[in-house]
Design a protein around this ligand. Structure first.
Ligand SMILES: Cc1cc2nc3c(=O)[nH]c(=O)nc-3n(C[C@H](O)[C@H](O)[C@H](O)COP(=O)(O)OP(=O)(O)OC[C@H]3O[C@@H](n4cnc5c(N)ncnc54)[C@H](O)[C@@H]3O)c2cc1C
Length: 331
C-alpha cells in the first residue's frame, strides 16, 4: 500500500508534523528507529533543558496548544530531560499518533510518483517522504591528529556520570553547552581542564543565544575564578599522542581522559534515484517550505536549517507547519 506520507523519525519534529496530518485526516506513518524521542532517551539522565517552559515564555513545548508546563510536577522554568520525555510520550499517545517504533529506515529510492523505503522491518512506499531524523545522529570529533581511535578519547554523548572519572585528570575539549555542563559536573570529582579554539563569549554579556554556556553560566565562571576548572581559552589542542596533549601555545600536558564535547552531525540515509544536495555540515539544501533537491522529499525539524535557531524547538516548530501545508496542498 502506498501511503500519502512517511515520516522518518519520531522525535519532537516528526511527532509535531504527524499531529498536523492526523488533525487533517491525511494518511501518514512515522517510522522511528528506537522508541519515541529516542535521541532524548540517549541523553544524560537528569539533564536540565536550556529552553524555558513557563506561561508566556515557552520555548520547549511542541505547540502552545499542548504546553509542557501544564503537566503536573514539571520543573520550572527549565524542565528536565525526564519531564520532556514524559511530555513527548503523552503528546504522541494522547493523540493516537501512528508511530512504528524500533523500525529504522535504512535506504530510500526515489521512484516515479514517490519513494520506496527500506526499513529494518520490511519495505514501505509513499508519495511524500519527510526526513525528521534530527541533527544529532552522529557524534562529531575534532579533526586533530591523534584523536581518532585513541582509547583515551570519549565523546560527550557517552558521558553519564562524574563518578566514572573520580580522581582522574580530564580535559574537556569545547566551550559549548555540553562542555560547560560536563565540566561543572566533573569539578571537585576529577581534575578538570577545559580548552576552546577561540575566545569565549557569554549570553549574559551579548544576549546572543549562541553564547549560552550550559544551564549555569555564573557557576562556570566561579569555577574558573577559583581555579577548580582550569580554562585554556583560545588555546586549542593541536595534536594528541596517547594521553599527551599538545596545545597551540606549545604547552604539553597528560590527561587520563580527553572528553570531546564537540557536537554532532546529521547522518544521511542512503538515497538512490535522486540528487540530494547537502551543505558541508551535512544539512540538506532546502526550499522555503522544506523541500530538498529531490522533488517530494522534505526535511523537517532540526535537520531543516531554515535558520540557525532551527537547532532548537522554538526555532523550528513554526517551520514544521510550513512543511505540512506544502505537502497537504500537493495531495
Ligand atoms: C545534549 C543536547 C541538549 C539539547 N537541549 C535542548 C534544549 O534544551 N531545548 C531545545 O529546544 N533543544 C535542545 N536540543 C536540541 C534538540 O535535539 C532539538 O531541539 C530536538 O530534539 C530536535 O528534534 P528533531 O525531531 O528534529 O530531532 P531528534 O530529537 O534528534 O529526533 C530524531 C528522531 O529520528 C530518529 N531517527 C534517526 N535516524 C533514523 C532512521 N534512519 N530511521 C528511523 N528513525 C530515525 C531518532 O531515533 C530520533 O528519535 C539539545 C540537543 C542536544 C544534543
Amino acid at each position: 500500500m502506498k501511503r500519502s506520507v512517511l515520516i522518518v523519525g519520531g522525535g519532537p519534529a516528526g511527532l509535531l508534523l504527524a499531529s498536523h496530518f492526523r488533525e487533517h485526516g491525511i494518511d501518514y506513518r512515522v517510522l522511528e528507529r528506537g522508541k519515541i524521542a529516542q535521541a532524548w532517551r540517549a541523553m544524560r539522565p537528569g539533564m536540565v533543558l536550556l529552553s524555558p517552559a513557563v506561561p508566556g515564555t515557552d520555548w520547549t513545548s511542541l505547540t502552545l496548544r499542548h504546553p509542557i508546563w501544564a503537566l503536573p510536577k514539571v520543573r520550572r522554568p527549565f524542565p528536565t530531560r525526564e519531564d520532556f520525555l514524559c511530555y513527548v510520550e503523552a503528546f504522541a499517545r494522547e493523540q493516537g499518533l501512528n508511530v512504528v517504533e524500533n523500525t529504522a529506515v535504512t535506504r530510500v529510492s526515489a521512484d516515479p510518483g514517490g519513494f520506496a523505503v527500506s526499513t529494518t522491518d520490511g519495505e514501505e512506499s509513499c508519495r511524500f517522504l519527510v526526513l525528521a531524523s534530527g541533527a544529532s545522529t552522529a557524534p562529531a570529533f575534532p579533526d586533530i591528529p591523534g584523536i581518532a581511535r585513541n582509547p583515551h578519547v570519549v565523546h560527550s554523548c557517552d558521558f553519564i556520570h562524574c563518578a566514572a572519572y573520580a580522581g582522574k585528570r580530564v580535559l574537556v575539549v569545547g566551550g559549548g553547552n555540553s562542555a560547560a555542563e560536563i565540566a561543572i559536573e566533573l569539578a571537585g570529582t576529577a581534575t578538570v581542564s577545559m580548552c576552546t579554539r577561540g575566545p569565549v563569549r557569554y549570553f549574559s554579556e551579548t544576549g546572543d543565544l549562541e553564547h549560552i554556556r550550559g544551564s549555569s553560566e555564573s557557576v562556570l565562571k566561579e569555577l574558573f575564578r577559583f581555579g577548580i576548572i582550569r580554562m585554556r581559552e583560545d588555546d586549542p589542542v593541536v595534536s594528541v599522542a596517547h594521553r599527551r596533549v599538545r596545545y597551540r601555545n606549545g604547552d604539553e600536558h597528560e590527561y587520563d581522559w580527553i572528553l570531546c564535547a564537540t557536537g554532532y552531525r546529521p547522518k544521511c540515509i542512503p538515497l538512490e534515484g535522486g540528487d540530494l544536495r547537502v551543505d558541508p555540515g551535512g544539512y540538506p539544501a532546502i526550499s522555503a517550505v522544506g523541500e530538498t533537491t529531490v522533488p517530494g522529499l522534505y526535511a523537517c525539524g532540526s535537520l531543516a536549517r531554515f535558520n540557525r535557531r532551527c537547532a532548537f524547538i522554538h526555532g523550528f516548530r513554526n517551520y514544521v507547519e510550513k512543511v505540512f501545508w506544502d505537502i497537504a496542498d500537493r495531495l
